[in-house]
Ligand binder design. Sequence first.
Ligand code: MN
Ligand code: MN
Length: 306
Amino acid sequence: MEEMTNMEQRASYSGHTTFMRRPVSDAFTEADVVVTGVPFDVATTNRPGARFGPRSIREQSLQLDWGPIWPWGFDPFDRLRVVDSGDVDWDWGRPQDMAPAVSGHVGRVLEAGALPLVLGGDHYVTLPVLRAVAERHGPVALVHFDAHRDVETGAGEGRIDHGIVFSEALAEGLLIEEACVQVGIRTVFEGETGAAMTVLDAAQVHAMRSDAVAARIRKVVGDRPVHLTFDIDCLDPAFAPGTGTPVPGGLSTHQARAILWGLKGLRFTSFDIMEVAPAYDPAGITALAAATLAVDFCCLATGGRV
Ligand code: MN
Ligand code: MN
């Protein structure tokens, strides 16, 4: 496995487009973090295009690979072996095959003792990630950034819909409901499930300091194993226009990062970042925000994991 140090840094517009220039590898046992793309967007309820998300996040990540990460003060890739395993494959004519393919892949990463970092894809992709995580660790806590709770009715009916990802996960027993916290919510749908989840809606987040939000999250999660999922539409469309279901009134990129900085030491099982749709992202700022958050995930992975 070839490691690329920062001394070998290339011009950001040149070379192979892996996440943060990490080596391409399927040798998961030699890795601490495995980055995987899932180019799937048939479960979206509005604008499609998140199938191009993984590639756009990788591309924007190239301009972030210069060394220590502000304000962490270190280069996570000095501390962690991070590899890019490419994208999960399935027959595009059989969208129902995506979920087992993703669960199988993530299961192999976890079995190797590495931590998965999944780039979506629409938010339905988180369901097969959680299936693999729960198979290995049992039901887990959840830190969920989103404009939407994604707990709509219709779970258990075999529907492929990004609006039911967490109602499905609850129905399948993948989550510890009272240890789930949803951040940045600013939509409401009739019949939503997940009543025992903690919701910190956008108004609350805007009224609180980011370190206080992080403290609330830590209190809900405690020392349980936790999956972190970030729907990029948690950010305001001013910061993340490139997404399928934008909702005004969201977090700034800085607010989201500042909350993440306060989560160091949680026992992370896995991370994902979903719903980046570059067709609506002409300046690349959505994918750049997603890449930046994914680097923060890597920094978090240095501080705590199961
Ligand atoms: Mn979502
Ligand atoms: Mn959303």
